[in-house]
Design a protein around this ligand. Structure first.
Ligand code: ADP
Ligand code: MG
Length: 288
């Protein structure tokens, strides 16, 4: 029944000028149509790098990325917009990805415009998208500064849904939210996935978050996949000590009950490490 939609095959990526181990080292991962894969690992394990590769923002040093048979890195021109529309991104920090000078509804309408939706159809489409993500359509008139973190994340999700995607790449979309709002946004993802048969690559450092959403889980450590399996199996019977440590962290088990893993070297990001860059299919007006 299922078919592979996003396929990363034996990807290695090294940032220019970086020394030491590559950010990703021989990583393979498949997201099937309509399914959610959870990608989990500590900060610095290579999750955002993998997201950028999947979205075509980076070209891997070795290996291939295919989105429905196409190379996302090459989907850049106007003629590629229909294919681009099928692959969308939900960021960790929607406040930084939304233009502060645009009302929330205008941000969503702009995406529709770029994808050729006639002006007269846009207001109804925007209202429907707000409704879909659980926002009162009256909030279309608000500016980002007038919205809460949870509301902003819903606007970001509405923008991603505006093009009718087949796949969402979500990079820690709930990490900046408090627990209660995080749970609500996770419920929204579950609902959207079921209602729209959306596929999702859902990234989090928190195994509990990933478990609640994903059918499959891939565990990344130091740029390598150390474990992969169904979410139920990985949660109930993690095989790799690193996964067990992530599980202990997610469940709040006391440290003495946690399996020993070699301590990770301190890997604070280098000064000036850029945030996830704006995807090329974002629009100039959205750039800040
Ligand atoms: P995660 O999202 O899991 O925290 P990242 O993919 O951001 O991990 O980072 C993986 C590794 O690549 C880290 O060692 C990080 O310091 C490094 N890295 C990330 N972005 C850059 C960049 N733009 N230039 C150089 N090194 C980077
Ligand atoms: Mg990251």
């Amino acid at each position: 029944m299922t078919r592979p939609l996003l396929v990363l095959d034996d990807i290695t990526h090294r940032y220019p000028g970086a020394t030491g181990r590559p950010a990703l080292d021989g990583v393979s991962l498949t997201v099937e149509a309509g399914r959610t894969v959870g990608l989990v690992g500590e900060s610095g394990s290579g999750k955002s790098t993998l997201a950028r590769l999947a979205l075509g923002l980076l070209r891997p040093a070795a290996g291939t990325v295919r989105f429905d048979g196409l190379d996302p890195y090459r989907l850049r021109g106007r003629a590629d917009r229909p294919a681009r529309a099928r692959l969308q991104f939900v960021p960790q920090h929607p406040r930084a990805s939304l233009n502060p000078a645009l009302r929330a509804g205008e941000s969503v309408a702009f995406v529709l415009r770029t994808h050729g939706v006639p002006r007269r159809e846009r207001p109804a489409r925007v209202a429907a998208l707000f409704d879909q993500v659980g926002l009162d359509p009256a909030l279309t008139a608000r500016y980002p500064r007038e919205l809460s973190g949870g509301q902003l994340q819903r606007v970001a999700i509405a923008r991603a849904l505006a093009t009718g995607p087949d796949l969402l790449v979500c990079d820690e979309p709930t990490s900046a939210l408090d627990r209660r709002v995080q749970a609500q946004v996770l419920d929204l993802f579950t609902e959207l996935r079921e209602r729209h048969a959306l596929a999702c690559l859902f990234i989090s450092h928190d195994l509990a978050v990933v478990r609640s959403l994903a059918q499959r889980v891939v565990v990344l450590r130091h740029g390598r996949v150390v474990e992969e399996g169904t979410a139920a199996r990985v949660w109930a019977a993690p095989r790799h000590p690193y996964t067990r440590a992530l599980l202990a962290a997610a469940t709040g088990a006391p440290p003495e009950a946690r399996p020993r893993v070699p301590p990770q070297k301190s890997r604070a990001p280098a000064a000036g490490t850029p945030l996830l860059p704006t995807p090329p299919h974002r629009l100039p007006e959205d750039q800040r």
